[in-house]
Design a protein around this ligand. Structure first.
Ligand SMILES: Cc1cc2nc3c(=O)[nH]c(=O)nc-3n(C[C@H](O)[C@H](O)[C@H](O)COP(=O)(O)OP(=O)(O)OC[C@H]3O[C@@H](n4cnc5c(N)ncnc54)[C@H](O)[C@@H]3O)c2cc1C
Length: 413
């Protein structure tokens, strides 16, 4: 940290630690800064860890009464694994994961349209149970820095301070508020008031089957294409296979948890064998159902001492498996900006400026890739099969590199 920013911090900290959480004599300047994080998902926990590694002592406020082991598989691509390695948790994440080294596109009847090796990167591509990822992040944070059962209600802010109110009547004061409260962010609603995310026309189901199907090659992420439907398959470690399925349908079609498996078996009847076997091997209650949502990029997402991060800032459709990876990248850039500027407004402005174009680009790629994946007319299907079959491996790798090569710890701030 520069002498200038340190001085600015010391001044601020001396003023704001009166009666605050930390005694000034025993702590560094960074530790005196009170950073409040709303949301203990991937973005909130990664931010807490990245800020802690940069010498800050953030506190996380999560609405759930316990950080539950819910969720399906999540792919963590090299752009995010690079950050996790830097934060010291890369190996712990890899140990709980399945590695992905190959991508494969197939037609619904089992024809292989194309396959190619992923680009060589200095970090692996993996997939694991979301609970395992969150567990690793959580285990690397002091338990007392995570406050559960805290449902954020509203905030007030000035350029140098925030006050967050929770549903249980408590109020937390801080120097900065990082909103990592997800797709339906309450902080965003107050900060930007820009309405609900946009539904993109298809539902996504996800599950983890405790089988390794013999027809599935190892270390391979497969995407199977049909008529307005797709099925994705990948290894998630510990002899398990993660899968996801999509189908075009109107928003908010009612469907209870007990209906998921039966509906998917109906939708994917007649598809290449592993598809149905994976669905059958996943109990209906363990299948998650979400809709594909995103938002057009916001012109700005920080105001005074408050900013957004992860899905709260830039939700994207799940087609590239990059939403969580973007939240992890956000965390690294945010922590670097706090470390570099040591001043709330400058740090938040710089963080947002560095993240806006990157996240907008990845969100746009994801939206387009998904739109092509959900094509339904027979002419469109023929065109898509022809395109997927003819893309040279070198082009496939070049496209992936556009996303994978980003190194949040080495770009210039
Ligand atoms: C079908 C599907 C598949 C996906 N696959 C992948 C993938 O393979 N790879 C990948 O990188 N991404 C994937 N994603 C995207 C990824 O899940 C999200 O981008 C990621 O979870 C965003 O993290 P986050 O921390 O911003 O939000 P979340 O993970 O949603 O966490 C938000 C947290 O905030 C809490 N919260 C919400 N409101 C409040 C409140 N008022 N007060 C306090 N706490 C609150 C919530 O309880 C939650 O814990 C997928 C998404 C979907 C839908």
């Amino acid at each position: 940290m520069s002498a200038h920013s340190r001085a600015a911090w010391t001044h601020k900290a001396t003023r704001e630690t009166e009666g605050g959480f930390i005694q000034p004599e025993f702590v560094s300047d960074n530790e005196r800064m009170r950073i409040v994080i709303i949301g203990g998902g991937i973005g909130g926990l990664s931010s807490a860890l990245a800020l802690r590694r940069a010498g800050f002592e953030p506190e996380v406020f999560e609405q759930a009464p316990a950080l539950l082991d819910v969720g399906a598989a999540i792919a963590v691509w090299p752009n995010a694994m690079r950050v996790l390695a830097r934060l010291g948790v890369g190996e712990a994440v890899s140990e709980k994961s399945g590695q992905i080294k190959q991508a494969r596109w197939m037609a619904w009847d089992g024809r292989v349209l194309n396959s190619f090796a992923l680009p060589d990167e200095d970090a692996p591509a993996v997939a694991l149970h979301r609970a395992d990822l969150q567990g690793v992040l959580r285990a690397s944070l002091p338990p007392e820095s995570i406050h559960l059962g805290k449902h954020f209600d509203s905030f007030t802010s000035t350029p140098a301070s925030v006050s967050a109110s929770f549903a249980d009547g408590t109020v937390v004061e801080g120097d900065a508020l990082i909103a990592a409260d997800g797709l339906h962010s309450r902080v965003r609603a107050q900060l930007l008031g820009d309405g609900e995310p946009v539904y993109r026309g298809y539902t996504v189901w996800r599950g983890i089957a405790s089988i390794k199907h013999p027809a599935l090659p190892p270390l391979t992420a497969t995407e199977v294409y049909g008529d307005g439907q797709r099925f994705g398959i990948g290894p998630v470690g510990m002899n398990r296979t993660g899968w996801w399925a999509t189908a075009n349908e109107p928003e908010n079609v009612p469907e209870s948890a007990s209906e998921h498996q039966e509906k998917l078996l109906r939708l994917f009847a007649g598809w290449h064998a592993p598809v149905n076997e994976l669905i059958r091997a996943t109990p209906s209650a363990n299948i998650l159902r979400n809709a594909a949502y995103d938002r057009p990029p916001a012109a700005r997402w920080d105001v005074e001492a408050v900013t957004l991060l992860g899905d709260a800032a830039h939700p994207m459709t799940p087609n590239l498996g990059q939403g969580g990876c973007m939240a992890i990248e956000d965390a690294a850039i945010l922590a670097r900006c706090f470390e570099k500027y040591g001043h709330v407004s400058r740090a938040l402005r710089s963080y947002e400026a560095h993240r806006r174009a990157r996240t907008a680009t990845v969100s746009r790629y994801s939206l387009r890739y998904g739109a092509v994946g959900q094509w339904q007319t027979s002419r469109a299907l023929r065109l898509r099969s022809a395109l997927l079959s003819t893309i040279p491996a070198s082009v496939g790798r070049r496209l992936l590199r556009l996303v994978f090569d980003y190194d949040a710890y080495s770009i210039n701030l």
